[in-house]
Design a protein around this ligand. Sequence first.
Ligand code: HEM
Length: 280
Amino acid sequence: MAYLAPISPSLHIFKNPQLTRFQFAFSSPNPLLHSRSGIQNLRMSMNKRSVVIASSTTAASEKQKKRYPGESKGFVEEMRFVAMKLHTKEQAKEGEKQTKSPEEHPVSLWEPTVNGYLRFLVDSKLVYDTLDEEATSPTYAEFKNTGLERSEKLATDLEWFKEQGYEIPEPTALGKTYCQYLKDLAEKDPQAFICHFYNIYFAHSAGGRMIGRKVAEKVLDGRELEFYKWDGELSQLLQNVREKLNKVAEEWTREEKNHCLEETDKSFKYSGEILRLILS
Ligand code: HEM
């Protein structure tokens, strides 16, 4: 991908035994932070050499700001930038991807079915069960009780469908595979896991809500499901999580950040396939 091109090959967390679950939770020693405080000390001494070092470091960091779109606003903005480019123009105006699959066409042209929508809701519940649950583990303690959790809301919705006489399908193989993948990442690759965590919760608050509204108009007489309701002000809940994500990512090396961004493709691939179930 063009935006990652100038960067040296990412350091995959699997290959780095120092990046353990424990260090992620309790903030690993970050070589970048050490060098930053080193620069301050050099500046304090105010000799000719220290000024040269400080100014060249400033120039280097300015250059880096330009290399990673959104970087100056925090890491969430970097993740958002990459995600928006993976939309098609028909999905969102910042999108750049070519439309190929049926779910990439404008939602207004979709021809959903209730049974397809149920398949989507059942697989989504499996995914949120996994994410909501992982967020209660000590590793991801920052992300416990964010108010974005969707598992219980989906359980209520599926109960409602049952009461209406619909048969609730079993999760698909795709949903099960994705959840196993997420569990593995949560255990072994926190940066990649956080990429899915961000994309899933934030996509649902943006395009996901619009999809829910349009599909409900077409097949549910406009009924608004609990899946699309939050307790509290959604914008504030999202902002709280953005701040936590930015804080966690401040401890990451550039390689770890790039590794996280590179996972966005997979996040779109899996979530796109689950979305497509609405049209099945
Ligand atoms: C039919 C499919 C989709 C549609 C129609 C759609 C549409 C949108 C729209 C309209 C926005 C808001 C753009 C803005 O702020 O101006 C958005 C944001 C976003 N979407 Fe999607 N999207 C779709 C699928 C996906 C998928 C599969 C993912 C990844 C799993 C995703 C991830 C995101 C993210 C991370 C944001 C940013 C949210 C934020 O800024 O808080 N989207 N999408």
